[in-house]
Design a binder for this molecule. Sequence first.
Ligand code: IPD
Ligand code: CA
Ligand code: CA
Length: 265
Amino acid sequence: MSLNLQTLCQEVCTLSKQVGGFIKTERKKFHLKSVEVKGKNDFVSYVDKTSEQKIVQQLEILLPEAGFIAEEATSNKKGEVYNWIIDPLDGTTNFIHGVPCFAISIALMRNDEIVLGVVYEINFEECFYAYEGSKAYLNGKEISVSKADRLKDSLLVTGFPYYDYDRLNEYMELFKYFMQHTHGLRRLGSAATDLAYVACGRFEGFYEYSLQPWDVAAGAFIVKQAGGKITDFKGEENYIFGKEIVAGNTNMFPEFLDAVKLFFK
Ligand code: IPD
Ligand code: CA
Ligand code: CA
């Protein structure tokens, strides 16, 4: 029997909202002493871990044959065809500081291709989603990328390098360039939300390096279904596992990517 991705997508949205409710409740009583350090500027708490357990448990029921690529490594099961790519809490640094931008990101990969993506931004209760063959949606309404066709008319979003400083000079030079040639840049602190905001046209473009598949898989798919374009810094397809991503509306994308290539040779 073939998989009904539309139904599955609705179920994943419902699950994200349930777990989002848990994260919101925990935020109200959250204390900094619950924070554990995974690596340089890389934090986690029982909230990330419990959320992932809840997500994995429910997805096991929804699609028993699927495996998992999940940030907190709740399950190491590998699926032959289907694998979920999960970030149970994208924007942990915001979460622990009480800054309101953090999200749940869940994608489904069939062989090497993403076929479903859900990004649920918890504070504004915004559920962004798409599945293979669908448009992209925000809380049930169709969304699309913006139509701006020049960099000079664009608002961009990025993530600042916080542990991998090897390419910091290139990053800063590109940052200066965009400062002078766009409406400006933002740093929300949740890559999944950055991508979702590109999908609905709030931002024209997003770029970052050193991201993990669970940061980008769902959001990048939603951008694509919303009519946008995504590549790595070379303009190639390796943006989910390749740790470099440029995503934008289709009209301004060539100029955007050219600027990235100018500094990241
Ligand atoms: C982080 C966020 C952030 C990005 C970092 C990610 P986390 O994810 O997406 O925007 O700049 O590189 O690690 O750790 O909060 O799940
Ligand atoms: Ca993340
Ligand atoms: Ca996370």
